[in-house]
Design a protein around this ligand. Sequence first.
Ligand code: ADP
Ligand code: MG
Length: 320
Amino acid sequence: MALGEFDLIRRYFSRATPSAALGVGDDAALVAPTPGLQLAIAADTLVEGRHFFAGADPYSLGWKALAVNLSDMAAMGARPRWFTLCLTLPRAEPEWLEAFAAGLYTVAERHGVELIGGDTTSGPMAFSVQILGEVAPNLALRRDGARVGDDVWLSGPTGAAALAVEARYNRLTLEPVDLHHCAARLDRPEPRVALGLALAGVAHAAIDVSDGLLADAGHLAERSGVALRLWMAQLPALPVSAALMTSDAALRAAVSGGDDYELCFTAPPVQREFIHQLGEKLGLPLALIGQVEAGEGVSLSDLTGRPYRADRQGFDHFGA
Ligand code: ADP
Ligand code: MG
């Protein structure tokens, strides 16, 4: 049975939105932001063939479309509240939509955000989510707040998602257990929202690692007008087999692979104890991976302490 645009919206994307004054169904949604807070607004798009493979699991796509946006809220130290979904699909298939909506709403419920509107069109598959969050004035974790003398932290291991991409292109063979772990990181990333909220007022600057650690640390360094010195030996270890963990592919993925959605942040050394305890409380392997220095750019010491030369910094849609 063919599913029309309005049936589709009503059936799959019209759950109750108690936190909004008006949700899906009118020309626009209405929300009442909390007085005294600033709105944090971000958007992220996933395009078939660019961000995911054709035929990808719809539950994971729904999950990831929202999770990558929640990661932007986490990186700002903002509390996510509402989001919209622009959905472009070649066909309206009930089974596919059911699974996509289940993934999307699972993440939404976990993080207390509500789908309040969007747009639905036919065309090559793509999802665009816009998210609205709230943060107290002056507490947002901006990219430009890093100060000389700060520690640089990373919320967890990077590189697993990139290894899964390599495996899906058949450029790398992974043991089944490693493939399972890496694919989960690629397909169903866990946005560090609770961490971002707890770091507001503690960290000086933050960014989520979506394009690669070196690339994203570079954005933070540039915006803050400082240099970041990072130590490869301090990077949190991937929970994969020892052979994979110490391979060149894993090291390369850790420093320049994208799509992990961990937070890279800087904080003054007086916060070390607090941050270690926070990691224990949240069950995150928060790792002190470097130092903020005067200067510019990102330098990385390899496992022997010598400068590490990355062949690429990260992902750039319009890069070479
Ligand atoms: P308009 O023509 O005013 O743009 P639409 O017909 O596109 O309205 O959408 C009707 C309603 O359904 C609006 O409230 C819109 O926000 C909502 N909507 C459309 N697509 C989606 C979607 N994919 N997810 C959630 N809400 C949606
Ligand atoms: Mg519309």
